[in-house]
Design a protein around this ligand. Structure first.
Ligand SMILES: Nc1nc2c(ncn2[C@@H]2O[C@@H]3COP(=O)(O)O[C@H]4[C@@H](O)[C@H](n5cnc6c(=O)[nH]c(N)nc65)O[C@@H]4COP(=O)(O)O[C@H]3[C@H]2O)c(=O)[nH]1
Length: 595
């Protein structure tokens, strides 16, 4: 038992005595022990907490910090106890933490908030309790939960491959944007961007390269617009850019939208380095202006989509603006696609042959040109239906049919006296060339039709060559080894690099008819033609001028050194029967222009 004894000497008449008081302290002592025990337990508990806990006095000085606080703040407690929090951690100033602590002091109420603490790269859920001494602060690291939440958010609204907004987020932003434009009477532009021939790259170069291209396209699109604009990926190779134009007038908006679209187009034309290959891409862009009159997100996207298809049908690598008439054109395109399959089956396609002549006017060969005789629409130009056939994949069966028919024809001609050296130029589309079995298909066709390989000249366009140059060269060389020749169509209109030209096994460059057309009036065109001829000569390559319509053009071309020609002057493309009967063609040059 604990007692308190107090005694004192007292003088009494009877003598000196000692008086004392004894007080039982058991209860007090027990209570003090309990307080100490509880306090120790509390300290141990606070120390062992996996969350940071600290207290501050009214002057913002640390009065207690637990072990986790030391870890989070990365300072031992003896360095911070007694220090003012803003002095010890100046980076907390102006943050959500300071705002939360002050709010708790001012309101004298508990405050809870979540905030990011950059020095630890972590998120904390913080609860601040005001007390008589000052504040106690309790911080829980919730970074893992935050990351999980962000991941859920990312998966729901962003494209995992490129990190761009997905269709869902785009639609949401577009909805808000349409409402805002209406309110503010301002304009925005919606651009739909579709990569040209992306499927081809994916199928031939592999999905890894396809993915790498999409990621790089995303980066370039982001760089082409302001960070406040939305860039989204809404399908395999389909991207959308929503650009706020900050303009009211339709005309200025259209000009600004065109300049953004142009920037996008140019960004897509810069070659893409994809690990071991340099990929040349292009895009078809459709633009619709949002001027507050469109309320419906679906309608806005549909308009941009129609405009994009317009770019595709203009030969790709182009920008088109939506206009209502476009819809009819698209409907017609879809109808033609359907008719095409049936047309192939029932033989509505025909080949016409246009003569190619040498400088003496001798017919040395022909170019096979495809014709479609549609039962309702009459003759349809290949310039209209070839892009549709390429897009739908019908070009494969159509191209095989062309190759076979043309090879059979040249084999027939070669059996005729005086035509033993005839050649046949056949147009090959990118979709055909990219097929892994292209070389095999050509060789099998030559074999089946008994056409000598050196009678066949495959015509490739300049832009097609640049696509996957190594694959193209390998295929060209494999065929060249058997004697098949190659002509480069529309030469001078693309972006051929001289180094490529040297590597490619080319027999003939075809000077594009646009240069021939203006040859007489335009000195620049004459200079280009002359340069092409000199270049080809120095590389040991032949040259043929296409689109020769007049005697003057023919004379001029001869003067510039051209020795082979094709054009209406020597003959229109005609069916095989008519071609063979035009015996006068050999003498046509100079004296007898074609009818
Ligand atoms: N203004 C003018 N034009 C002339 C003259 N001489 C010929 N042409 C036209 O010029 C085009 C030459 O064919 P291309 O450049 O290979 O251009 C061809 C070719 O790229 C494509 N094409 C035609 N047939 C086929 C085919 O079987 N397969 C593929 N993939 N494409 C084809 O369609 C394009 C257009 O063919 P066409 O309409 O037949 O148009 C032909 C021909 O009719 C002339 O003196 N003046």
């Amino acid at each position: 038992m604990w007692v308190r004894v107090a005694c004192e000497p007292v003088s009494r008449p009877e003598g000196h005595v000692i008086e004392g008081v004894i007080k039982d302290l058991s209860v007090v002592r027990a209570a003090q022990g309990e307080v100490r025990r509880l306090s120790n337990r509390l300290s141990t508990t606070l120390e062992e907490l996996t969350d940071a806990f600290f207290s501050l006095d009214k002057q913002w000085h640390f009065t207690f910090v637990n072990h986790e606080t030391e870890r989070v703040l990365q300072r031992p407690r003896d360095e911070i106890i007694g220090k003012e929090i803003w002095e010890a951690f100046p980076k907390l100033r102006g943050t959500a933490f300071e705002a939360g602590y002050r709010q708790a002091v001012e309101s004298q109420r508990k405050v809870t908030f979540e905030a990011y603490y950059p020095p630890r790269h972590a998120w904390f859920e913080t609860t601040v309790y005001p007390s008589e001494e000052g504040l106690t602060v309790y911080c829980r690291d919730v970074s893992e939960r935050k990351i999980a939440e962000e991941e859920v958010q990312r998966l729901a609204f962003y494209d995992p491959l490129t990190g761009l907004a997905n269709r869902r987020l785009l639609i949401d932003r577009l909805k808000h944007s349409l409402a805002r434009l209406r309110r503010q009477q301002r304009c925005a532009a919606l651009l739909l961007i579709d990569l040209d021939n992306f499927k081809l790259l994916n199928d031939t170069a592999g999905h890894d390269r396809g993915d790498a291209l999409l990621r790089e396209v995303a980066t370039r699109l982001r760089q082409s617009v302001r960070s406040s604009d939305t860039v989204a990926r809404i399908g395999g190779d389909e991207f959308v850019v929503l650009v706020e134009l900050q303009t009211r007038s339709g005309e200025v908006s259209a000009r600004r939208a065109a300049s953004v679209a142009d920037k996008v187009l140019r960004a897509m034309c810069v070659p893409f380095p994809l690990t071991d290959l340099l990929h040349h891409a292009s895009a078809s862009v459709g633009v619709t202006l949002l001027d507050g009159t469109i309320n419906d997100v679906g309608e806005a996207l549909r308009q941009a989509d129609l405009a994009m298809y317009q770019s595709k049908s203009r030969g790709r690598n182009a920008v088109s603006f939506y206009d209502p008439g476009m819809q009819a054109a698209v409907a017609e395109r879809v109808a033609l696609q359907g008719d095409m399959l049936r047309g192939i089956e029932v033989g509505q396609f025909h080949l016409h042959y246009q003569p190619q002549v040498d400088e003496h006017g001798n017919v040395t060969g022909a170019e096979a040109l495809l014709r479609w005789q549609h039962p309702q629409r009459g003759w349809i130009s290949p310039a209209t239906f070839i892009p549709i056939a390429e897009e739908s994949g019908h070009i494969i069966s159509l191209g095989n049919w062309v190759l076979e028919t043309a090879c059979r024809q040249v084999a027939d001609w070669r059996r005729m006296p005086g035509r033993e050296r005839m050649t046949m130029a056949v147009n090959v589309s990118a979709v055909q060339l990219r097929r892994p079995d292209f070389v095999q298909t050509v060789m099998q066709t030559l074999c089946a039709t008994e056409a000598p390989p050196d009678s066949l000249r495959l015509e490739l366009t300049e832009s097609l060559l640049l696509h996957d140059i190594d694959d193209t060269i390998a295929k060209m060389e494999a065929l060249r080894a058997h004697g098949v020749g190659f002509e480069i169509d529309d030469f001078g209109t693309g972006y051929s690099s001289l180094s490529y030209l040297k590597r490619l096994p080319i027999n003939v460059l075809k000077i594009d008819r646009t240069f021939v057309r203006d040859l007489l009036e335009n000195d620049r065109d004459a200079a280009i033609v002359h340069t092409i001829i000199t270049l080809a000569d120095s590389l040991g390559i032949g040259v043929i001028a296409e689109g020769v319509e007049t005697k003057e053009q023919y004379d001029d071309l001869q003067r510039l050194g051209c020795r082979a020609f094709q054009g209406y002057l020597f003959g229109y493309p005609v069916p095989a029967g008519e071609f063979c009967t035009r015996k006068d063609l050999e003498a046509a040059c100079g004296a007898v222009p074609a009818a």
